[in-house]
Ligand binder design. Structure first.
Ligand code: NCD
Ligand code: ZN
Length: 348
């Protein structure tokens, strides 16, 4: 059969993105709004978004950065040890919060105020379970005795499995799965447990960080793992299971903060996100499953309507630039310097 040259799919959503604030927001928001109708916006600003008031002000700044766009920013609440169940519930019920995010304290960028133990947020989780508010989880333990490559696997055993057992009615999303253990856990759980998958965890394994020298632009959290884990994440994402959906985890940092003695974690994949997913799905012989993954599974999990419009991907080579404009010395996009085979061509 001839290879397809054009793919028309329902307009997709990004269920996990960092669009930052200020000059960085101005530089990056358009990339996400160009490809996606809606996105779950992460709350790890400095200071983090912990109240509905702060979230709605942030949503206004995102709107202001995207004049003329019909993009919808879905806001999240950053959970702290002192998370207030009433604030969460009223923020969710008034339509400001779409979900709340659990960052284990010190797990990643701006997580100093994160949760030190799940028992501290039990009242918040009970409230969320009662009202159907999803919990989004950064699934890594921060115990310094645990090898950095094992942090997700150990989180599944020590934190996530007990949490799912104790809150069987809570909708939980294991964000940016990077291991076979996390994929297997999600696959083996009930319909309340789902996962997002990034383009980079489909594309690279940990060797990418050390290819001929240290490669800071392939460094993110959770860190890319061994090849067997990348393959497991690919199998899960392309399996057709409704539990896996698109969440880019696009996490821009200016070049000088990536290329530094203590470089920030984060891969900026928003400019060519759909191109990257299409490449991975095609390599797995699963282009026919891209639409459900990108445009249906996430919305169904969140209980949101499916988008109405359609977008087009064409088999046209795209050269990914070395840098894109941004604050400071600019931003290095994921796949910089590579050529991708599918091109996002806008609305149908
Ligand atoms: C994210 C960031 O920079 O905000 N970084 C990353 O490597 N993914 C934080 C996160 O989601 O862990
Ligand atoms: Zn993230």
């Amino acid at each position: 059969m001839a290879e397809p040259t054009r793919l028309v799919i329902r307009r997709p959503d990004d269920w996990h993105v960092h669009v930052r604030d200020g000059a960085m927001l101005e530089a990056v928001a358009g990339f996400t709004a160009r490809q996606f109708a809606r996105a779950i916006v992460m709350p790890n600003l400095d200071p983090p978004i912990t109240t509905a008031g702060a979230a709605s002000a942030y949503r206004e700044r995102i709107r202001a950065a995207l004049p003329g766009s019909d993009f919808t920013a879905l806001m999240t609440c950053y959970l702290t040890d002192s998370a207030d169940p009433r604030e969460l519930a009223s923020g969710f019920e008034s339509g400001v919060f779409a979900a709340a995010k659990l960052y284990p304290a010190h797990a990643t960028t701006n997580s100093a105020f994160g949760v030190t133990a799940v028992r501290n947020i039990r009242p918040a989780l009970e409230a969320m379970q009662g009202i159907g508010m999803p919990l989004l989880v950064h699934g890594e333990v921060t115990d310094p005795d645990v090898d950095v490559f094992d942090r997700e696997k150990v989180f599944v055993e020590r934190v996530f499995a007990p949490l799912v057992r104790d809150f069987p009615g809570l909708k939980t999303v294991f964000e940016h799965v990077s291991t076979k253990e996390a994929c297997d856990f999600v696959l083996g759980s009930g319909p309340n447990v789902a996962a997002t998958v990034t383009p980079h965890h489909l594309a690279i394994n940990r060797n990418a960080m050390f290819a001929g020298g240290f490669r800071p632009h392939s460094y993110c959290l959770p860190v890319a793992k061994r090849e067997e884990h990348r393959l497991a994440v690919r199998r899960a994402a392309t399996s057709g299971s409704p539990k896996f959906f698109l969440g880019t985890d696009s996490a821009p940092h200016v070049v000088e903060r990536k290329q530094s003695a203590c470089g920030c974690a984060g891969i900026f994949n928003a400019p060519f996100a759909l191109e990257s997913y299409a490449a991975a799905f095609e390599e797995e012989g699963a282009l026919d499953r891209l639409e459900a993954f990108a445009s249906e599974n996430g919305a169904r999990f969140y209980g949101s309507p499916l988008n109405e419009g359609r977008i087009v991907l064409e088999r046209v080579a795209v050269a990914v630039p070395d840098t894109v404009a941004g604050p400071g010395d600019g931003l290095v996009p994921f796949h910089a310097g590579e050529t991708l085979e599918w091109r996002f061509a806008g609305a149908e």
